[in-house]
Write a protein that binds this ligand. Structure first.
Ligand code: PMP
Length: 385
């Protein structure tokens, strides 16, 4: 048996995307910066892709900057904005459940003269707008809060955060990687100024990301060179990957409703059966404001890593949390932020479904998991019946 339920960590590229990319490796290989015909053709393709991808988040074409991935988009958004605008203030706010790339960017900015506050979240992992408001000072220039948690799947109140930022004249950045393709993103409606996307998270190729930058927001570039991407991201554009991301967006726009309904059905099936069949099992994250493909549990008396390895032996690829931090022995900062004790956070399991899952995958987990939990509990020194 081989079942993959870790779509939050990595997704296979959709075969239709690969097919679309192929001609751009050899037949249409131009560099958009070249002034000849081959270069012009590449420019046309690049600008078409920019337009489609802008439409995906209700942005304008020239508000899309292509990068090498979500990490770079987060870097360009946070460092680029902070350095360019430090004369306006040196205070930045993030939440306690940001992805490691934002957490480490905050540390970097602190070492470089900025003050970072972290807004806490409630037991479901949601930021409270009043608590956020309380942290704003006259030096606050930037608030960065994810659109949804990449671990527990809790959807953040982006519209409320955007409204607050607009009223206070603070720039709002959101890392939308976990949410993209699963819930609608609208930078205009939510008053978002900077937004991070990743191509792979909508079944496009890895190594490509986007930073949406609202017109009028000024950033310092991180890469200096030929001045591509409006002078904000030098280096020849990765046209095959950009074409792939455009195709990924088109597929998403066509199939999204059906696909999301399928995920929701799988997710609810997992939650109902796992909580029903396994005693002292609990759902992490918000009961309703959660991503449609995310089921996140904790089991008393279980160590997450042991569970993951036992499930691996059964052919199930699952996760205990963010892949980017999975090699550390520290419990997930997200789960700790929701108020869990270390031992509770350690007993967690993250299941995220995706495009290529079938009903049988869900049934397999529901069949195998209760027995594995029971076996591990029997061996556990901390489990009392
Ligand atoms: N932000 C979030 C929410 C993520 O889940 C990830 C990892 N997929 C990243 C940023 C970093 O993405 P990448 O490693 O592709 O740069």
């Amino acid at each position: 048996m081989s079942v993959y339920l870790d779509y939050q960590s990595a997704k296979p590229v959709d075969p239709r995307v690969i097919e679309e990319m192929v001609p751009y490796f050899h037949d249409s290989f131009g560099n958009p910066s070249s002034l000849h015909k081959v270069g012009d053709e590449a420019t046309v393709v690049l600008e078409e892709c920019r337009k489609t991808i802008a439409g995906f988040i209700n942005a304008e074409k020239d508000e899309i900057i292509f990068t090498s991935g979500a990490t770079e988009s987060n870097n360009l958004g946070l460092i680029g904005y902070a350095l360019r605008n430090k004369a306006k203030g040196n205070h930045i706010i993030i939440s306690e459940i940001e992805h490691i790339s934002i957490q480490n960017l905050a540390k970097y900015l602190e070492k470089n003269g900025f003050v970072v506050s972290k807004v806490p979240v409630d037991q479901y992992g949601r930021v409270n707008i009043q608590k956020l408001t309380d942290r704003i000072t006259d030096k606050t220039i930037l608030i960065s809060i994810c659109y949804a948690s990449n671990e527990i799947g809790t959807i953040q109140p982006a519209a409320g955060i955007g409204k607050l930022c607009r009223e206070k004249n603070i720039v709002f950045h959101t890392d939308a990687v976990a949410a993209e393709g699963l819930i609608p993103l609208d930078v205009k409606k939510d008053n978002i100024d900077l937004l991070t996307l990743s191509s792979n998270d909508i079944y496009g190729p890895k190594g490509l990301g986007v930073l949406f930058k609202r017109k009028g927001i000024r950033l310092n570039p991180l890469l200096i060179g030929g001045g591509q991407e409006y002078g904000l991201r030098s280096g020849a554009e990765n046209i095959p990957a950009i074409v792939g991301m455009k195709k990924a967006v088109e597929i998403m726009q066509k199939d999204k409703k059906k696909e999301v309904d399928k995920f929701r059905c799988y997710r609810d099936n997992l939650i109902k059966n796992i909580l029903g069949k396994i005693p002292r099992a609990y759902l992490n994250g918000h009961p309703t404001e959660r991503l449609p493909n995310n089921a996140h549990f904790r089991f008393e008396g279980i160590e997450g890593e042991a569970l993951l390895l036992s499930l691996k032996d059964e052919g199930l690829s699952v996760s205990t949390g963010s892949a980017c931090s999975s090699k550390t022995l520290e419990p997930s900062h997200t789960l700790i932020a929701t108020g869990l004790l270390h031992e509770e956070a350690h007993g967690s399991l993250q299941l995220t479904c995706g495009r290529f899952n079938r009903e049988e995958d869900i049934s397999a987990v529901i069949k195998v998991l209760p027995g594995v939990v029971e076996k591990l509990r029997k061996l556990s020194p901390i489990w009392a019946e």
